[in-house]
Design a protein around this ligand. Sequence first.
Ligand SMILES: [Zn+2]
Length: 343
Amino acid sequence: MKIQKRIAVLMAALCIFVTFYPPLMVKAESPVIVMIDPGHGGSNMGGQFNTLDEKNLTMVTALAMKEELEKYEGVTVYMTRYSDADVSLEQRAQAAANVKADYLISLHYNMSAEHNLYGAEVWIPSVGTEYAKGYALGNLMLDEFDTYGLFRRGVKTKVSSKGKDYYGVIRASSERGIPAVIVEHCHLDNPVDKPIYNSIENLQKFGKSDATAVAKYFGLRSDKLGVDYSGYPKQQTSVPTVAILQDMTPPERAVVTVTYNRRKEDGTLGMLIEGNDRESGIFYYSYSLDGGVSWSALYALPYGTKSVTVECKPADNIVDKRIKVRLYNGYDGMTESAPVSYT
Ligand SMILES: [Zn+2]
């Protein structure tokens, strides 16, 4: 075939191609851009418990999240750091702004001063569309953690005394028009959460869960995974024009009543614990059987619950036979009850 004829055939083929396959000529829809932020790094270790450094755990989870999220179509994933480097909160937010990210997701592991708290929470921007977006994504993230049996500490805001978002990465992202959330996956220093995070596989599992929540939020689909989340329902909330503040007061009410004194046959004692917190609800309770000298671990109250009946077995050698209870709200504010004697 002469060269001209080959060109003519090629041109004809191209013409048919252009005529009959117009969809291929349409510019693809722009992908969702997600910036994953492995919390801390470099000289900033984050929480430290036993031999664990939070900065390393967040990296394991972030890499797993990226790998999982990239199995979906129509998404581009970046990370604020790819190595054990110092990156400021401003730099993290700016990295998201530079790639016009649709979301910045900052990954963390928690600890508490008294080592008594456990469970997962998501911190979100306090105002505007960023709040509404955070509310929807945060709840999807906690929904994933529910399947692990993790205690749900909620989707929350925290505002500084200056009236701005307390957490720097959220504040710096909002200033750049980027919604950001901080995911506190669980508490490193509590035995209740330990079996949930305590292996590389579990840290990676958290990353996969985070990716699934993000995929549901953006309605992504994946041929590789055989899932399609287009139209996946999200929790809607109105867009606040003024900041949603945190609960700054402890529970209004904490009362304990003895329902029955120590039984002769087995030494058990019954009590009814009641409380109330209008703003953020009662999350945990603990009790003392010796007038407040020693305390039980924290036990969870199912969300929205205001009372619980408890059976316990006081030791025989207790001198001060008085019960006290402590109730904790969604922001860990605590109220202690008046003591009640038992026999
Ligand atoms: Zn952290």
